[in-house]
Every structure is written in structure tokens, then in C-alpha cells.
Design a protein. Sequence first.
Length: 415
Amino acid sequence: MDQQQPPATPLQLHVPEPTGRPGVATDFSFLHVSPAGEVRRPPVDTPHSETQDLAYALIRVLDEQGRAVGPWVPDLDAVQLRRGLRAMMKTRIFDARMLIAQRQKKLSFYMQCLGEEAIAVAHSLALKAGDMCFPTYRQQGLLLARDDVSMVEMMCQLMSNERDPLKGRQLPVMYSYKRAGFFTISGNLATQFIQSVGWAMASAIKGDTKIASGWIGDGSTAESDFHTALTFAHVYRAPVILNVVNNQWAISTFQAIAGGESTTFAAKGVGCGIASLRVDGNDFLAVYAASVWAAERARRNLGPTLIEWVTYRAGPHSTSDDPSKYRPADDWQRFPLGDPIERLKVHLIGLGEWSPAQHEQARKELEAEVAAAQKEAESHGSLLDGHIPSAASMFEDVYRDMPWHLREQRQQLGV
Ligand SMILES: Cc1ncc(C[n+]2csc(CCOP(=O)(O)OP(=O)(O)O)c2C)c(N)n1
């Protein structure tokens, strides 16, 4: 040892902390919000290495006045925009009612997507029949934006009743709609992300034209499956859109502790050789435009795209969570990207294609539609009245054919 060396500085472990806590306002300057219209839109065949700046910027279309500006303004007419607004409103109303139903013990558990409605709803418009989404539990908007998935059936799943298409085997919100391109949700975080890449690879192997869309939350990007998915997507140039929904929180942990401090989740895509965008997830127009860009890349065999959707989890993580214990109560009101429904509403009103009265009318209609669906779903039973799928069906579908030992167990149960 060199006696002349100064004494070593004690090392310090860095543990990221959110700036805001209950009673202390969040400093949102870490978000680096680009002004609307400022970020360039490269051609879809741009090499992944040339998307580096887009992984650190924030693609936005709607400005503070609700006007659509810049190179990412998408080709959407007023009819499509109104349909999108309605689908977002429907999703929010559905969530609000199911939250109450959970409090009334009609269902055991629920997860809202409050504040994140634009992402799933606008993204779904960029997909085609036959494409397959691999969602998390917070993309109910993908289903509620469609006309061909019955709200009643979704509610029956939530209530685990006699009409539950999953026969009471799954926790509420873990929907499965193969025919609607909505892959069976699993409780194990991040597993669907690699599965989406594998599905996309299969589509390419078969010479098909369908693409996959994989979903993950900011917290779950810390799972190894996230990194495996990126490697496989890059290596095999899989036709997949890799969606990272950065809603700032993973239950009570802030996105910085999942690896978002001083960098972005989009930047992780660039590092893996994947074209990457960071997008305002509360801007319906930006979500649609970026989704179309990524979908076209995938369809033209130009490879995967990673999109980080910057948003805010406005509600509790689930009905089992109380966010007032770990974050400021007014955080969503102060979040710089606002409320996606309000922003699209202001845009449509600015175009002369919507009005506060029409908005109120639509809200009333949707409230009635959701309430009627709930009434019908409850007619097939809820957790309160014991109208649940038969215990015998518990042994089915474990394997394609029921093996002897399951048959024996079923007989032991006397069903
Ligand atoms: C493998 C695994 N680990 C932990 C959990 C428990 N868990 C459920 S949701 C969640 C937080 C996920 O946060 P994020 O990925 O940011 O998604 P968000 O809930 O914010 O939409 C955790 C830790 C789990 N379901 N699976």
C-alpha cells in the first residue's frame, strides 16, 4: 500500500427516491417534456441507430390549447376521434362502476386504468384483425374500444359467476380473448413480453402478415423477461411492437427504482438495437401516430419498435392498494401531461366537432350502457350470491384429456 494515498472515501449506496411523498409535492422536472410538435418524425424505414434522439425526447401532438401540431399529426377524421373519445370515456366509466362493485363485494378484486385510457384505446386503432396483443392487466381499453367484445361477458369474468368465460379459474381482470387478439393475461409479470416476441417470430416463420403487440409496465421492465424479449426481437427482427407503459409507479415503488432515473425506458430499446420512441401517453393523437409508425415498420418487415408511453397511474394500483401512504394526494392534478380524455375533448371542441353538451350526453349514455351491462351480468350471479361455475369444471382443461389422477380427485370431491 502506498502510504502517500489520501484516505479512501467511504462508498455510498444510491437508493433512488421520488421527490414527492404524502404532503410533499412532486417535482416533475425529471420528465423532460418536449413542447408539442417539436420532435421530428423520421420515415418508417429509418435504421434503429437513428432513433436515439427519439428515445430521450417526448413525441407530442396536442399543444396546451388542444391544437394538433407538428410532423406527427395523424390522419384521423372527426368520426374516428369521437369514437376514440367515447371508447376512453366508456373505459373510465366501466372502471368506476367495477370499483364500486368490488367495494360492494360483488367481485373480489379490481384494477383500474384511470389516466392511461388513451394508450390502449388509440393503439388498438392501429392494429388489424388477426394481430395479437399480449397485454398486462391494465389494457382493458384494448377490449372496451371494440364493439365485438361483450361488456357483460367481461363483467361475468370479474364476478366469477356462472357465465364467466374462464369458469371462475382466474382472478378478476385476467381476461382472455383469443378471437379479439387479446392474449390470456397471466399474473406473473413480464412473461407475456417474451411470448409476444415468440408469437411475432412464428408469424414471420409462417410468412404470415400479422404482427404482435407486447405490453409491460415500467416496474416490470426490471424482470429478466423484458431483456430477453428485447434481445430476441432484435436478433430475429421480429414483427412486434414492444410497449412500455411508464405510469411512474409499480405499486408503491417509483419508476426510478426500476431503472428510469436519469435515463428513459425507450433508451433501453436503442441499446438493444431496436428502433425506439418516447411518446406522450396522454395524447390520443400522438399514441395513434406512433402506433401506426411502429405497426408499419413491423408489417414491412423492418423489425421491432419499442415505445415508451409516458403517463401517470392516476388511481390506486388495485383495489388492495392505498396510494395516500406513499405519494402526494394531488399528484395526478399536477402531472404535466394532464388527463387524456380532457385533452382529446378540448381538441375536438376546438375543431368544432364536439361540445360540452355532447360530452355530457355521451357520458350519460355510456353510464346507462355500463349500468345495463352490469345488471345483466349480475343476473348470472355475483360473488354475493354464490352463483359460481361448478366445482367439477375445476378439473377440466388442466390437460387436453383429463388424466386418471384428476378424474380420481374429482370423484373424491363427489362432483
Ligand atoms: C413476477 C411477479 N413479481 C411480482 C408480482 C407482484 N406485482 C403485481 S403488480 C406489480 C407492480 C407492477 O408494476 P408495473 O410493471 O409498473 O405496472 P403497473 O401496475 O404500474 O401498471 C407487482 C410487483 C407479480 N405479479 N409477478
